[in-house]
Design a protein around this ligand. Structure first.
Ligand code: NAD
Ligand code: UDP
Ligand code: UDP
Length: 315
């Protein structure tokens, strides 16, 4: 079962699980996901789709749970912040209750946002983070932190077999074209010849992982020995400023877009880069796709979205 299976990362995960022969139950309330993301899977004999909100209990028979349901982009998770926290917290309780009843393994899509605006760089899993508990990003950051707490308490108290991944910024085809995330914003703006919006001075950094690399990491963690619970960082350690990202996108799209500066959103982390030594050691995993290669693979998806005029309002 994949919760959030109609979203950006979830739809790639469903595809990979089907490709290796698994039966997949995709559970999604279509809050930010879409049927288009899973359109090609709907006729697959081993694929099943269920519209359901994981803040409500769910009684199904499954043998592995990937819990990805949660809006992930700042504009989406801040649109209804109470629902965001409910999805992380009530959703985790329901999915952990299900895992406990079924005695099945459960994977949690946690996030680098648990490190907040980090004072330790790069971020190892042992770092406890620097998070504002009452800010605009808190519904997401603190929701995911509480979900991690629940995962480890169900593990200690009820012996639930858990796997917790801390995911760093990920990009690729099927990203929502106008959800405000930096990679989709910059590519759409470049393709439309509109100014590229740099928030603040653009010297803040992020590390961008191509979605195929990330999904490989998910499956390796899920299939690792029971002693490996995580939390374990999954991300690409290549670190770029937003100015560098904008320049690369302009080059690869052959765009004539200029750069414009806009105010930095509150609590925007200044730097972020995963320390992935644990994933290398425990899962023999590291990303293979560079930012240049990954953007080259992702750009045709956004061109196709524009051609089809589907969801194609530029950010
Ligand atoms: P996304 O918004 O594309 O996908 C999330 C999916 O969850 C959507 O299909 C949405 O409809 C569904 N959903 C939301 N609330 C739900 C609910 N209450 N019940 C059922 N379904 C619900 O986001 P994504 O980028 O694919 O992210 C997937 C997961 O990975 C999320 O948990 C996110 O926090 C985590 N993550 C993503 C990134 C990233 O860079 N994309 C980074 C860190 C963590
Ligand atoms: N739950 C669920 N599906 C199941 C089992 C449990 O959705 O197959 C939900 C149920 O609503 C419960 C929550 O998970 O409130 C937590 O389950 P747990 O067994 O920990 O708690 P309890 O049932 O004792 O409240
Ligand atoms: N950002 C930007 N221009 C945009 C969108 C985002 O400069 O059009 C910046 C944003 O301020 C942040 C970084 O890009 O510093 C990554 O933003 P995103 O929302 O993609 O992810 P997150 O902040 O959650 O890492």
């Amino acid at each position: 079962m994949v919760t959030g299976g109609a979203g950006f990362i979830g739809s790639h995960l469903c595809e990979r699980l089907l490709a290796r022969g698994d039966e997949v139950l995709c559970v999604d309330n279509f809050y930010t996901g879409s049927r288009a993301n899973i359109e090609s899977l709907l006729t697959h004999p081993r694929f099943e789709l269920m519209r359901h909100d994981i803040t409500m209990p769910l009684y199904v028979e499954v043998d592995q749970i990937y819990n990805l349901a949660c809006p992930a982009s700042p504009i989406h998770y801040q649109f209804d912040p109470v629902q965001t926290t409910k999805t992380s917290v009530h959703g985790a309780i329901n999915m952990l209750g299900l895992a406990k009843r079924m005695k099945c393994r459960i994977f949690q899509a946690s996030t680098s946002e648990v490190y907040g605006d980090p004072e330790v760089h790069p971020q190892p899993e042992s770092y406890w983070g620097h998070v504002n508990p009452i800010g605009y990003r808190s519904c997401y950051d603190e929701g995911k932190r509480c979900a991690e707490t629940l995962f480890f308490d169900y593990h200690r108290q009820h012996k639930v077999d858990i796997k917790v991944a801390r995911i760093f910024n990920t990009y690729g085809p099927k990203m929502h074209p106008n959800d405000g995330r930096v990679v989709s914003n910059f590519i759409m703006q470049a393709l439309l010849g509109r100014p590229i919006t740099i928030y603040g001075e653009g010297l803040q950094t992020r590390s961008f992982c191509y979605v195929d690399d990330l999904v490989e990491g998910f499956m390796r963690l899920m299939d690792s020995p029971a002693g490996i619970t995580g939390p374990i960082n999954l991300g690409n350690p290549g670190e770029f400023t937003m100015i560098e990202l904008a320049q690369l996108v302009i080059e690869l799209t052959h765009s004539k877009s200029s750069l414009v500066h806009q105010p930095l959103p509150p609590d925007d982390p200044k730097q972020r880069r995963p320390d992935i030594r644990l994933a290398k050691e425990k899962l023999a995993w590291e990303p293979k796709v560079s930012l240049r290669e990954g953007l080259t693979k992702a750009i045709p998806y956004f061109e196709q979205v524009l051609r089809q005029g589907r969801r194609a309002t530029a950010a």
